[in-house]
Design a protein around this ligand. Structure first.
Ligand code: GCU
Length: 668
């Protein structure tokens, strides 16, 4: 089916009903842009490819005025954000206006998207400007080719500690540009072994080559950095950020790096986290560490993106006072305002670790004077390993729309990471996703998981899109434009996160996963471990008391959120067990007791998976055969997983509580 040994994802450019679009894209003219500019060249090549494959037509490119067709024109007056564009149609002429080349590229992909989804270009009148200035993908690829939390094969960048750059890499850059991604971190945040040498002679040529390729698609390449590099690369025997010798070593190192890789965007740093070295080792602050590096890379226009995933991972489960959920905030709030302007703090969306349901991290809405980026995970580490379907865009929308009450208006997470907290828009803000790709032919293991890859980029560029609109675009471009397919696949994708939630851990408590692997159920898997991830279930109830009587976590939020979470009667029910220790007999808003809620949702979740499978089966003749087979196989495994979760969770809580299911269903 596919034209390459890997699929073309949503850029498959299937034949479409032209909807009268052909006249707009046969003649193309450039005004104010150079046809030879690498980004423009790629934009035009993409347009030619898409138009040929979808409409069976060649395009011709000229300079100068045009009566009919597509005029790509430089807008010189607009102070818009990089990547912005306008598309307007009038009397057979389509005008694409942009301030710079990346806007042209995104605009061309938008035109192709309109054609691919069988909409009409006639009457187009749209202005698009990216919602988040930085829209990044974070690969967790190791240089031996393995991928930390990767569920789609191995790395397509690295093999046996060497780079691998080929047509597939170029296709990947196209896919990313088509959804507006402008930054990619290529290596795992846990920087060890060969990856430490990415900033040495051993890899400069390859890093430069890849950054050059990305740049042709408007994407900056970033590296994850080992904070202990001086020690490991033969420099001073310390990584103390205030030590003069260490600083001098980094200065020399960065001068070398940016001479050899001038297009490098900067570095992502995981320090003092899960065994990685950092400033705390030397009694210094996170700001000391981040600022030292930031000052050194500043002359090169580069950024230091500093992760806030700093917590005690050697906790004693007997200790009820320490609360991992508090850690990001406690470790970073005091130094608000101390971080230099090319430092960005990268904050996970929740206070724990990418669970299917968590409250929004209170650091987002806590920090007032610090550049921030939010990190989400489309790699389905805790949400089904791309075996189970779990469309995450509805969850990301909820998070973006969350009101932090950091100020009276424009206080949502989207406002903060869109740079709206400052008088002039702060461009050192954004959103990053831990990516779900690998070298498997479908890129994302489960074909349906590509909806998250696509959706993340689309949402980051345009926060106002709904999860449904995004899914529909993806379905039409990837699977089929037939309405029946669109409706049915929407009915699978849209509720899939809540379905996953129903058959796994209830009401925001999270975890209960097989340790280390994080797929499959193990209710007590992490209960007596050092990781700080406990459910605290006993024979009377379950949940973690994070109120003023417990760990006090609820008060990391601004009011009225703090009081809302603190009070069991106003706490949103889907997060009840995250904030409160609750008796099994408590009656919920549905009129059911907590224990009955647990039983019912787990039975329901499995039934919903069965219904999804039946729905998918009806599409056999309607979607590409390989895709059908891929998803069918995954669904088989999802059903086994869901049943396992249902039976383990229900049996566990029945045995703990001794309270039978009202409906008398089988519990073991
Ligand atoms: C999770 C994940 C790790 C990862 C870490 C991180 O804990 O399981 O594999 O390294 O997050 O975000 O740094």
């Amino acid at each position: 089916m596919s034209k390459t040994p890997w699929t073309q994802l949503w850029l498959d450019y299937k034949k479409v009903n032209s909807k009268g679009n052909e006249g707009y894209v046969s003649n193309v003219s450039l005004e104010g842009f150079e046809a030879e500019h690498p980004i423009i060249k790629n934009a035009l090549a993409e347009l030619a490819l898409g138009v040929k494959e979808m409409l069976g037509q060649e395009i011709s490119v000229k300079t100068g005025p045009l009566e009919q067709g597509l005029v790509i024109k430089k807008e010189t007056t607009s102070p818009d954000l990089e990547g912005a564009y306008r598309l307007a149609e009038k009397s057979g002429k389509l005008t694409l206006l942009a301030g710079e080349e990346s806007g042209v590229l995104y605009g061309v992909f938008h035109v192709l998207r309109i054609i691919a989804t069988e909409k009409s270009l006639q009457g187009a009148d749209e202005k698009k400007s990216p919602s988040q200035p930085l829209r990044m993908m974070n690969h967790w690829d190791n240089m031996d080719g393995s991928i930390e939390r990767g569920y789609s094969g191995r790395s397509f960048y690295f093999r046996n500690n060497e780079f691998f750059i080929d047509e597939r890499t170029r296709d990947f850059a196209r896919f990313m540009a088509s959804i507006g991604i402008n930054g990619i971190v290529i290596n795992n945040v846990n920087v060890k072994d060969a990856a430490t040498y990415l900033i040495t002679e051993r890899y400069f040529d390859k890093v430069a080559e890849l950054s050059g390729l990305f740049a042709e698609y408007g994407i900056k390449l970033y590296l994850s950095l080992n904070f202990a590099s001086p020690l490991e690369l033969g420099g001073p025997k310390s990584a103390d950020p205030l030590n003069e010798e260490v600083i001098a070593w980094w200065k020399e190192k960065m001068a070398e790096v940016f001479t050899r890789v001038p297009k490098l965007g900067g570095f992502l740093v995981k320090a003092d986290s899960e065994g990685r070295p950092g400033p705390f080792t030397y009694g210094r602050t996170q700001a000391d560490g981040a600022n030292m590096l930031a000052d050194i890379v500043k002359p090169y226009g580069a950024l230091i993106i500093w992760r806030c995933f700093v917590y005690n991972c050697t906790q004693d489960w007997r200790d009820y006072k320490t609360d991992r959920a508090r850690a990001q905030y406690d470790n970073f709030i005091q130094m608000d305002g101390d971080y230099h302007d090319n430092v960005i703090l990268q904050i996970k969306n929740g206070p724990m670790d990418f669970q299917v349901r968590e409250p929004v991290a209170p650091l987002l809405g806590g920090l007032k004077k610090t550049n921030q980026m939010m990190e989400v995970q489309i790699a389905q580490e805790y949400t089904g390993h791309q075996i189970d379907v779990c469309y995450l865009i509805p969850m990301f929308k909820e998070i973006l729309e969350f009101k932090t009450y950091i100020r009276k208006e424009n206080d949502t997470v989207a406002d903060i990471i869109g740079g709206g907290l400052t008088e002039h828009r702060n461009l050192n803000t954004g959103i990053a996703a831990v990516i779900n790709t690998g070298n498997d032919i479908y890129w994302t293991g489960n074909v349906l998981a590509a909806a998250n890859l696509y959706g993340f980029g689309r949402l980051a560029f345009e926060n106002s899109l709904s999860a449904k609109e995004i899914a529909e675009e993806w379905i039409r471009q990837t699977l089929s434009n037939e309405d029946e397919v669109v409706e049915k696949v929407l009915s699978i994708l849209l509720p899939s996160r809540e379905v996953y939630e129903r058959y796994t851990s209830p009401l925001g408590i999270g975890w209960m996963v097989t340790p280390h692997v994080h797929y499959g159920c193990s209710v007590d898997g992490y209960e007596y471990s050092r990781w700080g991830t406990y459910h605290r279930a006993d024979h009377l109830g379950i949940g973690v008391d994070r109120t003023d009587k417990g760990t006090g976590y609820a008060f990391q939020y601004n009011e009225p959120n703090a009081s809302m979470y603190n009070d069991i009667d106003t706490c949103p029910e889907e997060l009840l067990l995250f904030f409160h220790h609750v008796p099994y007999t408590r009656v919920l808003s549905t009129g059911k007791t907590l224990i009955q809620h647990i039983y019912d949702t787990h039975f329901q979740g499995v039934e919903e998976v069965e219904a999804m499978i039946s729905c998918w089966q009806t599409l056999e003749e309607k979607v590409p055969a390989e895709y059908f087979a891929n998803v069918t196989e995954r669904f088989g495994r999802q059903l086994t997983n869901a049943k396992d979760w249902r039976d383990q969770v229900n049996s566990y809580f029945y045995r703990k509580s001794g309270i039978p299911d009202e409906k008398g269903r089988i519990i073991y």
